[in-house]
Design a protein around this ligand. Structure first.
Ligand code: AMP
Ligand code: MG
Length: 522
């Protein structure tokens, strides 16, 4: 038995209409909806930690009822499904009302520890916010969201979680390459779990419509439910809250940079006020270190959401959030201050993060230039981001005096052997300087190595690995997905025998759809 306490729908105004007819929803934060039943809900995978978190027993997922509930064919007592109204800036432009077009929250569970976890289906059918689309999701994108949510959690990155992936037994029509060749693909429903799914866009839509009353209700609600450390009676509460959203966002982005994650669609409707990574679409992890890389083909032209641009885009998004909150402030100074806090927090944590990745005791000017030179040659030789830092973390003993031997000791992490060969002397010289900087005479070698291993994962859900799990699952074999998820539970451990999940991207995956490029079609 799960205990529901649905504060969002209880405390905030809802849409009086109850149909799925597409419409502009004014004066309301949500619309009541119902999942649309599917032909054959079948549980493909679940995360046992998340099941435990929301209060399920260890074998509850085995019942057909579990698949029916999380495939959208049944509701548990206490569930009150709703879709949220929000807007957003997409690729830099105001897009008006967006809303949960294929997501619907089932309700807020309060677990035995008193924690609040909202359950949300994605792909369970149309809502008033579906615009011209079908409210469904394909299996490939559902597996990717499920897998990455959990992988990010285990990597220590703030994120929404995922309880389950249920296949629907129904096909979904998608034009994966936007080239006029739509195909039928298997459909699925993911259940996502987070303390809150409120986004910057929830506030933006209220302000864009001049609805200050809704804006204030949303802000007061968010502070009361999701930021209990802020006193609801404090006259500075909105300032404190904005400051907190800014600093949490900075921390999240530093983690993304650390693990080589590229979100791909950092629109303001995909920014959580809790500073959680949310809405996994055409995301990716860096293979070769290319700061300009984006996994999203839809963004290939401007590369707005490329790896290196994420810190600046988060700041831009916070500025749009500040614009939305403006009516709550008589004086804009606290908004400026919050944006300043983002920059300050980001810079401090980014430096600490790089120091941790390289194993430097601090980050003085010499460390900083060594780090920059290291990343510059890594880019130049097309070296693998994850494998490079892991090789540094695992390094035992001295750097070989022979240049070729020193570079060879980095292992199989190069995508362009000719470029590597051209840089051998420079890379070996850099490694010697790195070793000297890392192992200052006073340093505890074993402790430094262990700390580096905690900053530098061995396993990340590379696109090609996710694609292999998808291909197998599509053919009816979920074992690859299960093995990959299991490996990603301990991304910082060596896990002997799991080498295949740590390997650099194979050549066949370089230009394969799903492995190097992804569209928003999902
Ligand atoms: P995203 O790019 O996934 O963040 O989605 C942007 C907007 O499009 C959100 O309002 C989504 O709910 C909506 N959307 C995306 N795909 C679908 C779909 N298949 N059916 C209905 N709405 C969708
Ligand atoms: Mg979205």
């Amino acid at each position: 038995m799960l205990t529901f306490d649905n504060r969002f729908v209880r405390e905030l105004p809802g849409d009086p209409l109850e149909s799925n007819e597409r419409r502009q929803v004014l004066g309301a934060a949500w619309s009541a909806v119902r999942p649309t039943a599917v032909a054959k809900p079948t549980l493909l995978a679940h995360a046992r930690e998340v099941a435990e978190l929301v209060g399920f027993g260890p074998s509850d997922h085995e019942s057909q009822r579990f698949a029916e509930v999380f495939g959208g064919n049944a509701l548990l007592t206490g569930m009150q499904p709703y879709a949220m109204c929000y807007g957003g800036h997409q690729f830099g432009n105001w897009a008006g009302q967006l809303g949960d077009g294929r997501a619907m929250s089932l309700g807020e569970v309060v677990n035995a520890r008193g924690e609040r976890w909202e359950l949300q289906l994605k792909g369970a059918g149309p809502t008033p916010y579906s615009r011209t689309a079908d409210g469904r999701a394909v299996l490939r994108s559902s597996i990717r969201e499920f897998l990455c949510s959990e992988a990010m959690h285990h990597l220590g990155v703030p994120t929404t979680r995922a309880l389950s992936v249920v296949t629907t037994g129904e096909p979904v029509l998608r034009d994966m390459f936007y080239d006029g060749n739509p195909q039928l693909e298997p459909g699925a429903v993911v259940c996502r779990v987070a303390p809150s799914f409120i986004r910057f866009g929830n506030f933006e839509i209220a302000t864009a419509r001049g609805d200050e009353s809704l804006l204030r209700q949303l802000a007061d609600f968010t502070i009361a439910r999701d930021f209990p450390q802020i006193d609801a009676a404090d006259p500075m509460r909105y300032a404190r809250w904005f400051h907190e959203v800014c600093t949490r966002t900075a921390t999240m982005i530093v983690h993304w940079m650390r693990v080589g994650f590229v979100h791909g669609v950092m629109n303001t409707d995909n920014m959580s006020v809790l500073g959680l990574t949310i809405d996994y679409g055409p995301y990716g992890f860096l293979d070769d270190f290319d700061p300009h890389w984006t996994p999203n083909t839809t963004d290939a032209g401007g590369r707005r959401y490329r790896y290196a641009n994420q810190p600046a885009i988060a700041q831009w998004n916070l500025e749009r959030f500040a614009d939305a909150l403006r009516p709550l402030f008589s004086d804009i100074e606290p908004l400026r201050e919050g944006l300043g806090a983002y920059v300050e927090r980001f810079n401090a944590e980014y430096r600490a993060m790089l120091a941790a990745k390289f194993g430097f005791p601090d980050f003085d000017a010499a460390h900083e230039s060594l780090a920059q030179e290291g990343l510059a040659w890594l880019n130049e030789v097309e070296g693998d981001y994850t494998l490079f830092f892991r090789a540094l973390s695992d390094w035992q003993g001295e750097i070989p005096t022979d240049d070729a031997a020193a570079v060879a000791a980095l292992g199989d992490m190069f995508y362009a052997p000719t470029k590597r060969d051209a840089q051998t002397a420079a890379v070996a010289a850099w490694l010697r300087r790195w070793q000297a900087a890392r192992f200052a005479p006073s340093v505890d070698v074993a402790a430094t190595r262990a700390a580096m291993q905690r900053a530098n994962p061995r396993f990340v859900p590379r696109n090609y690995l996710a694609q292999q799990a998808i291909d197998a699952a599509t053919a009816g074999d979920a074992s690859v997905l299960h093995a990959l998820l299991d490996t990603l539970r301990r991304p910082y451990d060596a896990q002997p025998g799991r080498e295949a999940f740590a390997a650099k991207r194979p050549d066949w995956a370089r230009h394969k759809a799903g492995c190097s490029m992804l569209s928003c079609s999902s």
